[in-house]
Write a protein that binds this ligand. Structure first.
Ligand SMILES: C[S@@+](CC[C@H](N)C(=O)[O-])C[C@H]1O[C@@H](n2cnc3c(N)ncnc32)[C@H](O)[C@@H]1O
Length: 224
């Protein structure tokens, strides 16, 4: 283990159970080593890799339905996408990231961790609209909810879900996104708390269920 990476907290053994454990430890090392050297993670984050990054992302799995195709918009160093792929082998994960330096790191992590349920796609969410459809879109620290809605909803099938990791900003962003929620054809939008007893404080998510053919998608279909 690198000097600065702390020992994982005891709860991590339960969260990353079975096969996930070795992969979680290896990913922590990749983040603390090459991830920091190559500027994907700030050096100050290293002591917080287990709680703030790995555990906080892993508990999002509580909100992810079984056997879905999930896109992690703006995956960066693989958060939360790689962590979700580690804890949920039933889920097929697409790591979507526009920056080459980051997609190279993501490809290396996927190979090193031998994750066969992950693909890395270089690009922006708005470029993928009309090209790919997913059951779930998730994102952490990428954009305010109203902008995230314009990127994510066109990527979702009807009934698909956007899961946005928003923490203490969740309620405020949900209120501010009201008109964009209507415009994007969202069926429901709610706050969801996950990770009780596992992370402190528990993580707050915004979950938005996509309705039938949001206006953007309908327009695109008419253009075809
Ligand atoms: C602050 S980082 C967060 C990375 C990671 N999700 C995390 O929580 O550590 C935001 C990421 O979003 C990516 N990004 C910005 N605009 C995007 C877009 N339109 N589509 C997809 N990704 C985007 C950036 O390249 C960057 O890697």
């Amino acid at each position: 283990m690198s000097d600065e990476l702390p020992a994982p907290p005891a709860i991590a053994r339960d969260v990353f159970a079975g096969q996930a454990w070795d992969r979680a430890c290896a990913f922590a090392e990749l983040l603390a080593g090459p991830g920091v050297v190559r500027g994907l993670l700030g050096p100050r984050e290293v002591p917080r890799i287990w709680d703030r990054h790995l555990l906080n992302c892993a508990v999002v799995a509580e909100a992810v339905p079984p056997d879905v195709r999930l896109v992690d918009i703006g995956s960066g160093a693989g958060l939360p996408g790689i962590v979700l792929a580690i804890v949920r082998q039933d889920v097929t994960v697409t790591l979507l990231e526009p920056l080459l330096r980051r997609t190279v790191f993501l490809e290396e992590c996927v190979a090193a961790l031998k994750l066969d349920n992950v693909e890395v796609v270089r690009g922006r969410a708005e470029e993928l609209a009309g090209e790919r459809v997913f059951d779930v879109a998730c994102a952490r620290a990428v954009a305010p909810l109203d902008r995230l809605l314009t990127w994510a909803m066109p990527l979702l099938r009807e009934g698909g879900e956007l899961i946005a990791m928003k923490g203490e900003r969740a309620a405020g962003e949900l209120a501010e996104a009201e008109s964009q929620l209507r415009a994007s054809g969202a069926r429901t939008a709610e706050l969801v708390t996950v990770g009780r007893g596992k992370v402190e404080p528990p993580a707050t998510l915004v979950r938005v269920v996509a309705g039938r053919a949001a206006p953007e998608r309908a327009r695109r279909r008419r253009r075809r």
